[in-house]
Design a binder for this molecule. Structure first.
Ligand SMILES: Cc1cc2nc3c(=O)[nH]c(=O)nc-3n(C[C@H](O)[C@H](O)[C@H](O)COP(=O)(O)OP(=O)(O)OC[C@H]3O[C@@H](n4cnc5c(N)ncnc54)[C@H](O)[C@@H]3O)c2cc1C
Length: 156
């Protein structure tokens, strides 16, 4: 037997912040990779005699995503520091999981849009990234449950 009888759920709960942080780190890494491939694609793809990257809408979308991903990365880096110090609490980890996985889904969706029809084809990794991003908001505790944890702390 590992540990004390009847305490299995408590042991599991103790490691949830770390699990949620690992999901958050994966979300940021994935968003960065998708953005990188989208920057490359929009510089190559031609529409109306010019590249997709030359449209101001494309530039604004890419800029917004880059800024949000950078912010998310700073937060997850801070969470990693807290984890290593043994100070990562449930609420802080829940905030990381909530915002980074929402961001990952948003980035996958916006990037797919910039690929146009090709983005909907399995041949393009952005399609896979779009499908895979969706589960991130469900496992490890759904994002609705993350909001419950955060709001409970605010209102307690
Ligand atoms: C691919 C995959 C891998 C997984 N891996 C693991 C794993 O390794 N280990 C593990 O333990 N579990 C794992 N899970 C399970 C996962 O954690 C659960 O699916 C998740 O916690 C949601 O639970 P549920 O599916 O029962 O949804 P439900 O609890 O039925 O929720 C359905 C909907 O109701 C909402 N909801 C539920 N309660 C509330 C509430 N109180 N307030 C507001 N909204 C609420 C939810 O947010 C969701 O939108 C995995 C699931 C998947 C799909």
């Amino acid at each position: 037997m590992l540990g004390e009888e009847g305490r299995g759920f408590i042991y599991l709960m103790q490691d949830l912040p770390q699990e949620r942080l690992s999901i958050a780190i994966g979300a940021v890494a994935n968003a960065k990779a998708v953005l990188e491939s989208t920057v490359a694609y929009t510089k190559e793809r031609k529409a109306f005699g010019t590249t997709v990257a030359s449209f101001q809408n494309t530039q604004f979308k890419l800029a917004e995503m880059a800024a949000e991903i950078d912010m998310a990365e700073v937060y997850t880096d801070r969470c990693t520091e807290l984890l290593l110090e043994g100070k990562l609490d449930t609420v802080t980890a829940s905030k990381a999981k909530l915002l980074t996985t929402d961001l990952q889904c948003k980035v996958a969706d916006e990037c797919l849009q910039l690929f146009g029809g090709w983005g909907y084809m399995w041949e393009y990794p952005v399609c896979r990234a779009f499908a895979d991003s969706r589960i991130q908001r469900i496992y490890g505790g759904t994002n609705e449950i993350m909001k419950l944890i955060i709001s409970r702390d605010l209102l307690s």
